[in-house]
Design a protein around this ligand. Sequence first.
Ligand code: MG
Length: 353
Amino acid sequence: MKRIALLGATGSIGRQALEVIEGHPGLELVAAASGSRPIDGLAPLTQVGGDLVELLERAEPDVVLNAVVGFAGLPATLWALEHGVDLALANKESLVAAGELALAAQRRGGGLLLPVDSEHSAAFQCLEGRARETVDSLVLTASGGPFRGRTRDELHDVTPEDALAHPTWNMGPKITVDSATLANKGLELIEAHFLFGLPYERIEVAVHPTSVVHALLRFRDGAVLAHLGYPDMRVPISFALTYPERAATPIPALDLASGLTLEFHAPDADTFPLLAFARDAGERGGTYPCAYNAANEVAVAAFLDGRLPFLGISEVVEETLAAVDGAHARDLDGLVEADAAARALAERSLLPA
Ligand code: MG
């Protein structure tokens, strides 16, 4: 029996994780946490808001599924890695903001770090058991979001409702807006760098509108491995929670007879600058990725509130990255400081000049 602690139980990942746990007799939910919605009776231990590390210490899980949204998911990630508790990671901000601290904690703790993000789960599966020196590059796919094919001029007046209409994935509001700006792929690029130890120049992004191929691995002999499947988060959730068993799921088989379109394009860097800003923040290192994430969280919240136009999101991130010092953080406190400083700068750039 694997004892699971589920953090972020009421979000999109959390609800699908409950379904996976329910359907598998070897998985037992021992603790659940939500940010604000009531979850009484969902698990033997439940918590709404508050300190997630305290809950984890009481629950003593075998696996933590961290599906908290945003920087708030960081302490739970570091706790699991430090304590050698297997971590199924759906909180991408953990590795973006705290990649170096997280990897150091994992080396000390010795537990597994299993990505739940669909692209990273796919890459993990393509890479499993292969020598790293045989890998030329990783290709992350992006659906392109609801605004794929549009020019900058066509995005001046788009509303939160327009941005929330994702063509292939059904997800929470923060990540859906991030998919529309390509910031989500930017965060995933940084996440992949830390997860797989690949330099940024060996991680590519390709736009793939049908979201059937989740990642590709190019090897030095010219072979390319791809991971295919319908866009359904229950697959990577189940893979991570039942690893290495790869338990059965109720997902329909990929239908090859009804016409499957595998189309790929280069991303439009002019219309969606947040992808290049992420690459740049990642290459600069230090707390630049943390600042990128913080500024983006502030800007997306303002956009969803109607306080910032869609094109303003990338402007706020660009201004914030230009203003922070990006210095390395030695510990979580240092990161919390860098995060807060970037948020304050981002809030300031929201104000009319
Ligand atoms: Mg993803």
